[in-house]
Design a protein around this ligand. Structure first.
Ligand code: HEM
Length: 423
């Protein structure tokens, strides 16, 4: 990109612009090369785009505080009214406990991890593989589907809701709740959409309160019970409000991001025949398939950025950032930083620093559901490539619509067709 075009892009563009938000790579590159720690007046945020600066921020959760940043973005422009609605209709405004700051965050994190061990995930794999296999098999019969609504969302909702012990739940309801929760960090709500989302979130809170109360009375074999009854070494337990907040975080984080990844997977298969061949060649080798999934997540990061708030004045990338500034960590940009990843736009599962991508964040807030997310994507990729062939996008790429948000890059719908694989 010519220097003048780059400067122009930095002056005029913003992640709030739907066109930039849908295809942000040119903007990320302009940021990395032209102004790596960039103050965006439209968003009122500092954008951090280089890999090295992102790692500096992740490594210092005291100066660059997750809870502080989250609260600055949360229900932006409407927070007072939002709180009132939750107090009136949702049994109270339940603060998010997971995006919080040390030392409080360390306690919550330890308790959350008790519901989320790698061992638990490993034992789940055969059950999830069977469930996904059935889902894909049903799609084969149809020959086409909306990869978002007919596969990605129902699959990830079923997995996390079963884990939480909410088996009988209506998946469409969970979709509405998830959308409402994620919209609070979108920076793109209008008052009208905020009111709709607040009503959904009030309903979600009432639902979760009832499920938690059942498990306080009697322990079930599920993650929600593990959270309610989790105890740290010093005897600390989650309060009911904290348990509600953590359960909500798992329910939403557990499906939105992974569903975005699965829709991206279908997009890749429908637009890149080389990747279909590459995936097919390695699908039965667990180690190679896991590497393929990591490289896929580097190139198609479901979450594009996350908030931090500065607790003091601080230097970063040659800029002085005042205390109480809102920052957006653009790890989707870090994944394409040519200083860290050679030929960053090339899909190369053999690259030596494969595991250094930032799609799951880094440091003390690194994704707690990482092993479940990786496993779900791996299992889906394997079941899809084993059963389906001749993937085709049934919509022009430029007609694909995205959820209005700065936080994720999520397609609202993705019509695709395919045929049964003949072996
Ligand atoms: C491909 C799917 C996923 C992606 C890309 C993803 C990404 C991320 C990222 C980037 C963070 C860091 C946030 C920060 O730095 O503030 C995070 C945190 C988190 N993720 Fe995930 N996630 C995924 C799946 C999941 C799943 C399946 C769950 C749970 C079932 C989950 C639960 C969480 C939680 C609770 C946190 C907060 C951790 C903390 O602040 O201590 N995520 N995730």
């Amino acid at each position: 990109m010519a220097e003048a075009d780059q400067a122009d892009l930095l002056r005029t563009a913003s992640l709030r612009d739907p066109k930039v938000s849908a295809y942000p790579n040119a903007y990320y590159e302009a940021l990395r090369l032209g102004d790596p720690v960039h103050q965006d007046p439209q968003l009122g945020s500092w954008l951090v785009s280089r890999y090295e600066d992102l790692q500096t921020v992740f490594a210092d959760p005291v100066t660059f505080a997750a809870g502080h940043g989250f609260r600055m973005l949360y229900a932006r422009g409407f927070i007072e009214e939002f709180r009132e609605i939750m107090a009136r209709d949702g049994g109270g405004f339940v603060e998010d406990a997971v995006p919080s700051d040390p030392p409080y965050h360390s306690r919550i994190r330890k308790l959350t991890e008790q519901a989320f061990t790698a061992h638990r995930v490993k034992t789940l794999e055969p059950t999830i593989a069977a469930m996904v296999g059935d889902m894909v098999e049903r799609l084969v019969e149809r020959g086409q589907c909306d990869a978002v609504k007919d596969f990605a969302q129902p699959m990830t909702i079923q997995v996390i809701c079963e884990q939480l012990g909410f088996d009988q739940i209506d998946g469409h309801q969970v979709e509405r709740w998830s959308h409402a929760v994620m919209q609070q960090v979108s920076a793109m709500q209008t008052r009208e959409t905020m009111l709709e989302n607040a009503a959904q979130m009030a309903e979600l809170q009432l639902f979760l309160r009832a499920r938690l109360a059942e498990r306080e009375d009697a322990r079930h074999e599920d993650m929600t019970s593990d959270l309610v009854h989790a105890v740290t070494e010093d005897g600390s337990r989650l309060t009911t409000e904290e348990a509600l907040s953590v359960t909500r975080a798992l329910m939403i984080a557990g499906n939105e991001t992974t569903a975005t990844a699965l829709a991206n997977l279908f997009f890749l298969l429908a637009t890149d025949p080389d990747q279909v061949a590459q995936l097919r060649a390695i699908a039965d080798d667990d180690r190679l398939l896991s590497r393929w999934v990591e490289e896929f997540l580097r190139l198609y990061p479901p979450l594009r950025c996350i908030s931090r708030g500065t607790t003091r004045e601080v230097e970063l990338g040659g800029k002085t950032i005042p205390a109480d500034s809102h920052m957006l960590l653009l790890f989707a940009s870090g994944n394409f930083d040519e200083r860290e990843f050679a030929c960053p736009h090339v899909f190369d599962p053999a690259r030596a620093n494969l595991g250094r991508h930032l799609s799951f964040g880094a440091g003390s807030h690194r994704c707690v559901g990482i092993s479940l997310a990786r496993m779900e994507i791996k299992v889906a990729a394997r079941e899809i490539i084993r059963r389906l062939d001749n993937f085709k996008l049934e919509i022009a790429i430029e007609d694909i619509q995205f959820v209005p948000t700065i936080s994720t890059r999520t397609m609202t719908s993705l019509p695709v067709s395919f045929s049964r694989r003949v072996t």
